[in-house]
Write a protein that binds this ligand. Structure first.
Ligand SMILES: [Zn+2]
Length: 282
């Protein structure tokens, strides 16, 4: 076993032996990181499967992710229908079905992030494919699917593009799969949502947060590269074509990224700890 595989194996095996309180604390930190890194603003959200009780998941209630401070701000839901496990639960996110249906369809998914990050929006509005254009985003793979909610609405349904029930959540989760075969892990790491944003996931919080952040970074790099090429005077020839990473490069980069993503996590966590805006009483 090489050092990459060793890191991956131990991380996946550790999920269910973590304490719930440790996961809640890390989930609060993840909310803060996603806000600080510009992945979420007042909108967007992150959830985790409950360690030891895989039929339940946790996410914060109806509030901006940057303002989550306490385990009391979190709501526990059933995976089967995304209803709160407690009748006393506060108001939650209308889009929690994105998370519940991902946990239901893919047993190996333990964390889900949904974002409307501005850098990604050109790729959910223009039809230009989002491509892995640099080594930190190999996880995108060579075919980032697009979920078009307009194709699954029933007549008379409120068409606000929000994934506000299990049926819509299930249709989104299906876009992560290769085909109809039931498998524990998704084929795709990111699905773009037309006219809306994107969703990603991970076997743990660090993986999902890494993917959420670097999807945004890659989108910005791709946009700038395309704009730069279009601005090139006809008298100057580009040195090479604008192309995505090859499939083999994507696989290599995934191993490298997942083997080292604990490093940026520690930096991001230290940054939010030092900021007066973010409070974690977990
Ligand atoms: Zn949304």
């Amino acid at each position: 076993m090489d050092w990459y595989s060793e890191t991956l194996a131990s991380s996946a095996a550790d999920w269910n032996v973590q304490s719930v309180s440790d996961v809640k604390r890390k989930l609060i930190t993840a909310n803060h990181i996603l806000h600080q890194q510009g992945v979420v603003d007042a909108y967007g959200h992150i959830s985790v499967r409950c360690p030891g009780t895989p039929d339940r998941y946790l996410m914060c209630g109806y509030m901006a992710p940057g303002l989550v401070t306490s385990p009391d701000d979190l709501i526990e839901y059933w995976v089967k229908d995304s209803l709160p496990t407690s009748p006393l639960a506060k108001k939650g996110y209308s889009e929690r079905f994105i998370h519940g249906e991902m946990f239901k369809k893919f047993p190996a998914v333990n964390c889900v992030v949904h974002s409307h990050a501005e850098a990604v929006l050109p790729y959910v509005t223009s039809g230009v494919p989002l491509m892995p254009v640099f080594h930190m985003a190999g996880f995108l793979g060579n075919d980032v699917p697009v979920f078009d909610i307009g194709t699954v609405y029933n007549p008379g349904e409120q068409q606000d593009l929000l994934v506000r029930d299990s049926r819509l959540g299930s249709a989104l989760a299906f876009k992560f799969a290769k085909d109809e075969t039931e498998v524990p892990s998704p084929e795709h790491s990111v699905v773009l949502m037309r006219g809306h944003g994107y969703t990603t996931h991970g076997k743990d919080i660090e993986t999902a947060v890494y993917r959420a952040i670097y999807t945004k970074v890659n989108a910005g790099v791709q946009t700038n590269a395309m704009l730069l090429r279009s601005a090139l005077p006809s008298t100057i020839k580009a040195k090479f074509e604008l192309e995505p990473l090859t499939e083999e490069m994507c696989h290599g980069c995934i191993k490298m990224n997942e083997g080292t993503q604990d490093k940026p996590w520690k930096l991001w966590a230290a940054e939010v700890e030092k900021s007066a805006l973010y409070v974690n009483r977990g």
